[in-house]
Design a binder for this molecule. Structure first.
Ligand code: HEC
Ligand code: HEC
Length: 438
């Protein structure tokens, strides 16, 4: 019981009731979240679903982060600009075939409106940093031009600059050309072109105007998107939340799984806090699949951002909120099945060495060598050597209990209490059809 830190929490009755070995988070409150005016949230909603923000006007944020797919896309690696359809039925547009899969898994967007979320992306390349311009560190050449409310709002103006995700390729449209020429900031840069595009649509212009923004800047778009994501995708009414509030929320088996999670299984050493993440980076040796982040199809995660040897192959600890609806799992979706990635943690070297390639979900009509890194013995050894998670011995019954606890982290009405999917968007462009319920 060495990690028992009672003093941090007020609700001491929880401990005596369930004999939990590790610190449980305090219940989540409204004050833990940024609040936004409803008109801004609604404006953000329309921008989120509107393909107008993509260079070729053919893909929206929602395509890869769809509410009907747990705010993700149900794929290990997304098919970005140049695909048609949603989720597993997304197909390559043969007239505009994407050059590669997106190198990382599209994460779910639940609870990103909480104030404690100050680190974005699997590698944290956008994050709160008091030494950076307006207090938020951005990738090189993409410095914030005006202040924004959160790291989330800053992140939200980056996907539109990615050729494979949203902007398209040079020669296809003005935004893609600006991105290719590294003209991002300033007049006539990619951000400015997109802001002008939104400004030229009367309905957007009027709705921004009503909120006091007469000339739309890209940071206004980022703020609106973050207002929507932060408000709409809140997931804080799960059985676990009810339990933390002192209500009768969880079954005996879920409680037993919680004891293991916060105790013997040591999950909470990294999956800590209200959202089961320490917002920090750890190497757990997931198999590397897809195009990766360099010529060798490898992805060293945090190490590529800091250049520090100890950060190699580290990735941000993901939240486990709504985890049962957000698969595939891991920074590249190597495991489509939740229990498989939990088992990987228990003996990560074995998980890496015995990885079964059929565990990933990849769009089949794309010609891609997805196994370049895994076929490279030296690379697999480097991933293995970086592993820092220690093995945990659990019997089958204990794994079942942990799985049951993970189920108690689901707020099944998340994304259903808010605005939902719009019927149409101000640009008049068609929306991605919602996937049939699974
Ligand atoms: C082609 C698919 C695709 C599209 C389109 C897309 N995203 Fe993403 N999104 C991703 C992937 C993949 C990542 C992870 C990238 C990484 O970590 O390196 C991501 C990461 C994010 C994150 C970070 C989440 C976190 O927990 O760190 C946010 C927020 C986000 N996207 C919002 C948006 C918004 C807003 C848009 C539209 C402007 C958008 N995305 C468009 C695929 C997509
Ligand atoms: C040493 C820190 C650490 C410990 C301990 C740990 N995890 Fe993780 N976990 C991570 C990291 C880091 C990732 C993401 C790895 C990546 O993307 O490459 C992850 C990913 C996951 C995922 C996939 C989440 C997603 O959205 O993709 C699940 C589920 C998970 N962990 C559950 C658990 C459980 C259950 C335990 C206890 C048995 C546990 N973890 C222990 C660090 C840890």
């Amino acid at each position: 019981m060495k990690s028992f830190k009672l003093g941090v929490f007020g609700a001491s009755l929880l401990y005596s009731a369930a004999a939990v070995a590790g610190p449980l988070p305090a219940p989540i409150e409204d004050a833990d979240f940024h609040q936004f005016p409803p008109e801004l949230v609604e404006l953000g909603r329309d921008l989120f679903f509107d393909p107008i923000l993509s260079g070729n006007k053919n893909i929206a944020c929602a395509t890869c982060h769809h509410p009907s797919l747990g705010t993700s896309d149900a794929m290990s690696l997304s098919v970005g600009e140049g695909g048609v359809g949603l989720g597993e039925s997304r197909r390559v547009d043969m007239g505009n075939a994407p050059k590669a899969r997106i190198p990382r898994n599209a994460p779910a967007l639940f609870n990103l409106g909480a104030k404690e979320y100050t680190v974005m992306f699997h590698d944290g390349r956008t994050a709160k940093d008091r030494h950076a311009m307006f207090g938020i560190r951005m990738p090189e050449g993409r410095t914030l031009e005006r202040p924004v409310v959160s790291a989330l709002a800053a992140q939200n103006i980056l996907p539109i600059l990615s050729p494979d995700e949203m902007s398209g390729h040079p020669g296809e449209n003005d935004v893609a050309d600006a991105v290719a020429a590294e003209r991002i900031m300033g007049d006539g840069g990619a951000w400015d072109l997109l802001a002008q595009r939104i400004d030229s649509i009367t309905e957007y212009q009027q709705r921004f105007d009503a909120l006091g923004t007469s000339e739309i800047h890209i940071t206004d778009i980022g703020t609106a998107l973050s207002a929507f994501i932060g408000s709409e995708f809140r997931a804080t009414d799960s059985p676990f939340d009810r339990y933390l509030r002192g209500e009768d929320g969880m079954s005996e088996e879920q409680l037993a799984g919680m004891d293991l999670f916060y105790g013997k299984a040591r999950c909470s050493t990294c999956h800590s806090g209200a959202f089961q993440t320490d917002h920090n980076f750890h190497a757990i040796g997931l198999p590397q699949i897809g195009p990766g982040k360099d010529d060798y199809a490898s992805d060293a995660g945090r190490g590529m951002i800091t250049g520090e040897p100890e950060d190699m192959y580290r990735f941000r600890t993901p939240t486990l909120r709504n985890i049962s609806m957000t698969g595939p799992y891991g920074h590249n979706g190597a495991y489509a099945n939740l229990e498989d990635i939990v088992r990987h943690h228990l003996d990560a070297v074995k998980g890496l060495a015995s990885y079964d390639r059929s565990k990933a979900v990849l769009a089949k009509d794309m010609t891609a060598d997805d196994w370049k890194a895994m076929d490279d013995f030296d690379e697999v050894m480097r991933i293995a050597e970086a592993i820092e998670i220690s093995d945990v011995a659990l019997v089958e019954d204990e794994i079942a209990k942990i799985m049951s606890f993970l189920g108690a982290l689901t707020d099944k009405d998340a994304g259903k209490r808010g605005l939902g999917t719009p019927n149409s968007v101000p640009s008049g462009l068609p929306l991605d059809a919602a996937a049939p319920p699974s």
